[in-house]
Design a protein around this ligand. Structure first.
Ligand code: ADP
Ligand code: MG
Length: 722
């Protein structure tokens, strides 16, 4: 290996696991850094606590008197831990987490420093929003936005080597009230779903109905690469993925990494990372190796969707920071290494409240089964009507590398129910399960059928959206994404479908049908309209790609360039407006921002390809070609000759590499597009196509050029040396 690489290898091999110092038991560190209800109860008066608790549980706004009291208590708690600063944490339309730091300090006229933190500082912080992507909202409103604490998500402490900062999970909106973030629509979608669920359950005769929320448990996949290798790879540092790199002789064909023993250094990192999560009240539960070498997964226990979404963002932040402390670069990109499994984020989603429980759990009682059928049916309808929306909310430049590839769900949205449940829905559709009007068959015969075994073996890994016993698992979500978009879409389509279900139920009940009869009729009709979305076969197969489109009329949107414009379609605008989750203006702003991000992230990668090709790869190839040519010349002088094929292969690929990146440069200069979609399609086809061509020549060079001069850490090094 060349000097940089061999030095990196030596450094990596000399590493030892970082020692962790935390020795306290879990019970002592759990949520130690969170100002949660338990800590508020200790710190607040009875009345203030009661008001606060009501806000947390119902999402009702906090009155200003209580806000002042809570702010004071929060400040005391944080300063007790040494905090001098606080920060509103918010979630702009990128997938990142944004922070606006402030000091508690103010000076008085006497020149003394005092600390101040009022309710209005807690509720309204004012970041200069002008540099966050706002889409068209930038034009119609003052660019500035403000942040405001979301009291349903507790404040917490973040530690640096220098001390503590109080972090306040916030919403981010324009002065005219438009959402500029991912949190507000999620909160609105929960309310919309709550209202619809309540309506259906009321029709089903339930009287005591607690507020609904979605539950979310997100399984997060990621790669770890030693920082010594990463610093020698500009593509990993700037784009989070390798833009070049020949396939190693061995990759994942033996499946020997999956659930194998976790390397010591990685295990130490995982434990340190999870200890930090515990301090933040994030219920980390499982961690293990994933399929690809160097790939791992962490899954916390599920929580209420709004809390889970904040925790998921925090988890990604803490994971990257902790990985760095342990000498790793943590890659959340969906496809860091070509030809090797990519990373997803499986979003497990269900709908529950404290009185009826989880409505996506078939349960054992007949009444529960009826409610389950309605909710599950509503999900089927939602996926069928709004499959393209589910595709659009997972559309990013990076996830495009994964969707439709061999190991990841296809870009066609269908729903997998499992044989047994699919059978039940099909039987209802076929009229095989009917109800006698005396109500004697109260349970539709379903209690037996639905009391099925939840065999985890009965899993279809090829489905983008699968029922897994008591929840749905949205597997097509990308590993670097915020879960808020997918959760918002799921809640919203469910809210809409439950309204449809309620409308149909009402008609049947008014016509004098019993509830079981009405349910059977509604589900039968629902399946007649929407069963095309149900698919239990192999989602990776080419047969499915053809049948889904031709026979079932489902849409295949392979790239984000095709998927993102779904946000501008009339039925999607109507869906979001009707449910009150996003106005047409807010929705369009999202389209613009996501499209711009898509175009920009491909452009950044393309520029890196050009830069690395010209300044790193081509020079290395040239140097080795010169060596070879010299050798041939000297050999000739002494009357021996070598086969010169190799130098010709190198010359050919080096020349093609240069000409390809020259074309890439000129394609990047183009700006004459009819609209945003045309621009995105250009990025998806021309730019990406040329990047792939450049890569094929560079990778061909990598396997010809002497290992001693190749400048970029190779796949085998990055993936296998820990
Ligand atoms: P897998 O077999 O997919 O690895 P796990 O048992 O590890 O399944 O669960 C994956 C995730 O699903 C976890 O975060 C878990 O807490 C979550 N989960 C379990 N039940 C539910 C539910 N009812 N609603 C939402 N998420 C759930
Ligand atoms: Mg799973």
């Amino acid at each position: 290996a060349n000097e940089v690489r061999s030095q990196a290898i030596t450094e990596v091999l000399n590493r030892t696991a970082v020692e962790t110092v935390e020795t306290r038991p879990l019970s002592e560190i759990w949520a130690i850094d969170v100002f949660n209800l338990a800590k508020m109860e200790e710190a607040l008066s009875k009345n203030a606590f009661k008001a606060m608790k009501k806000t947390v549980q119902t999402g009702e706004p906090l009155d200003s008197a209580t806000a002042d009291i809570v702010a004071a208590a929060m400040k005391d708690w944080a300063m007790g831990k040494g905090a001098k600063f606080f920060s509103h944490v918010f979630y702009p339309l990128t997938n990142i987490t944004a922070e606006k730091h402030d000091g508690f300090i103010v000076t008085n006229p006497e020149g003394n420093a005092i600390t101040e933190f009022t309710g209005s500082l807690l509720i309204k912080g004012e970041p200069d929003g002008s540099s966050f992507p706002n889409g068209s909202l930038r034009m119609t409103n003052a660019a500035r936005g403000y942040t405001s604490w979301d009291p349903t998500s507790p404040a917490y402490i973040m530690w640096t080597a220098n001390g503590a900062t109080l972090m306040i999970p916030s919403v981010f909106m324009s002065w005219t009230g438009e959402s500029l973030d991912k949190k507000i629509p999620l909160l609105r979608s929960i309310s919309a779903m709550d209202a619809s669920a309540r309506r259906v359950l009321t029709l089903m005769g339930e009287t005591d109905i607690a507020p609904f929320n979605a539950s979310c448990g997100a399984e997060q996949e990621y790669f770890l690469v030693d920082q010594h290798f990463a610093v020698a790879r500009p593509d990993l540092l700037l784009a989070g993925r390798t833009l070049f790199g020949a396939a190693p002789a061995k990759s994942q064909e033996f499946d020997d990494h999956y659930f194998g023993a976790i390397p010591e250094r990685v295990q130490v990192f995982m434990q340190a990372f999870e200890e930090k999560l515990y301090r933040l009240g994030i219920p980390a539960k499982t961690h293990h190796n994933e399929v690809a070498p160097g790939q791992f997964e962490i899954a916390p226990y599920y929580e209420a969707a709004n809390v889970a979404a904040d925790h998921q963002q925090l988890l990604m932040t803490v994971m990257k920071a902790t990985a760095a402390e342990h000498g790793f670069l943590c890659l959340l990109h969906e496809k860091p290494f070509a030809g090797i499994n990519g990373s997803g984020k499986h979003v497990n989603w269900s709908v529950a409240n404290s009185t009826q429980g989880n409505l996506l759990d078939p349960g054992t009682s007949p009444e529960h089964n009826l409610n389950f059928l309605l909710f599950c049916g509503a999900v089927i309808r939602g996926v069928h009507k709004f499959g393209p929306l589910l595709r659009a909310v997972i559309a990013t430049a990076s996830n495009d590398h994964r969707l439709g590839a061999n190991e990841a769900p296809p870009a066609i949205l269908s729903v997998y129910l499992g044989d047994q449940l699919e059978g039940v829905f099909n039987d209802i559709k076929a009229g095989k399960i009917s109800v006698s009007s005396d109500g004697g068959v109260m349970d539709l015969g379903l209690s037996q059928i639905l009391n099925f075994q939840r065999d985890p073996g009965d899993r279809n890994r090829t489905s983008p959206f699968a029922f897994t016993g008591n929840r749905f698992e949205f597997r097509a979500v990308g590993s670097s994404q915020s879960v808020s978009g997918p959760l918002t879409a799921l809640n919203t389509i469910l809210a809409d479908s439950l309204q449809w279900v309620a409308d149909q139920l009402e008609v049947q009940l008014e016509a004098g049908k019993t509830r079981p009869e009405a349910v059977a009729i509604v589900i039968k009709e629902l399946m007649e309209l929407h069963s095309d979305a149900v698919f239990g076969g192999d989602g990776y197969s080419s047969e499915w790609h053809e049948a889904a489109v031709k026979e079932r009329g489902l849409r295949n949107l392979p790239t984000s360039a095709e998927a993102l414009p779904v946000f501008t379609e009339p039925d999607i605008i109507a869906l979001f407006e009707k449910t009150g989750v996003l106005s047409a203006l807010e929705l369009n702003a999202r389209y613009e921002v996501y499209a711009e991000q898509y175009i920009n992230s491909i452009a950044v990668e393309a520029k890196l390809v050009i830069d690395m090709a010209k300044t790193i790869i081509y020079p290395a190839a040239l140097k080795y070609a010169a060596d070879l040519a010299n050798t041939y010349a000297v050999a000739n002088e002494v009357g021996v000759s070598f086969d010169t094929t190799q130098v010709k292969v190198i010359a050919e690929n080096a020349n093609l590499l240069l000409s390809t990146v020259a074309s890439l440069s000129s394609e990047l200069e183009r700006h004459d597009f009819a609209d945003t979609k045309a621009h995105m399609l250009h990025s998806a086809t021309s730019i990406r196509g040329l990047m792939d061509t450049a890569r094929s020549h560079a990778d061909a060079l990598e396997v010809e050029v002497d290992d001693a001069v190749w400048p970029l850490p190779k796949y085998r090094e990055m993936l296998f040396i820990k």
